[in-house]
Design a protein around this ligand. Structure first.
Ligand code: AMP
Ligand code: ZN
Length: 137
């Protein structure tokens, strides 16, 4: 895909610090780490967003994410790992080539997600949304 920065990394048109590669996926260090050691895994073929990506690629991305999470724990002594995958600008996605973030976490690493749980007005409101989802599943 033209002008896709991650396709350019795959084509070796721009550099990346690669940590893992096979026929389907490439994993490399994120240049703007939320926590040092933050890595990304991408498919070698351009897909985006998750809803347009074949199931076998989704599986491969997450199997690779598991390998990287294990490596972060073993190599860095990470106490935990966040696995994230953004879809669409509304979600905060900046690079429109599907990618999974693997972020090592440490006790007292100082990072806090801006995660503020809200409440439903009542159970009916939640059940109505659940019903709409069920119809699509
Ligand atoms: P997202 O907001 O989910 O689209 O995340 C895109 C991620 O790609 C960000 O964490 C960036 O730091 C990272 N990123 C962008 N360009 C590069 C690059 N050339 N090499 C490595 N990571 C990159
Ligand atoms: Zn691409």
């Amino acid at each position: 895909m033209n002008n896709c920065i991650f396709c350019k990394i795959i084509q070796k048109e721009i550099p990346a610090t690669v940590i893992y590669e096979d026929d389907d996926v490439l994993a490399f260090m994120d240049i703007g780490p939320i926590i040092k050691g933050h890595a990304l895994v991408i498919p070698k073929k351009h897909y985006d967003p998750i809803t347009e990506t074949p199931d076998e690629i989704i599986a491969k991305l997450h199997i690779t994410a598991k390998k990287i999470a294990t490596a972060q724990m073993n190599a860095f002594g990470a106490d935990g790992v966040n696995i994230l995958q953004n879809n669409g600008r509304a979600s905060g996605q900046e690079v429109e080539h599907i990618h999974v973030h693997i972020i090592p976490r440490f006790e007292n690493d100082g990072h806090h997600w801006n995660w503020k749980p809200k409440t439903y007005e009542n159970f009916d409101e939640m059940n109505e949304l659940a019903g709409k989802l069920q119809e699509q599943l």
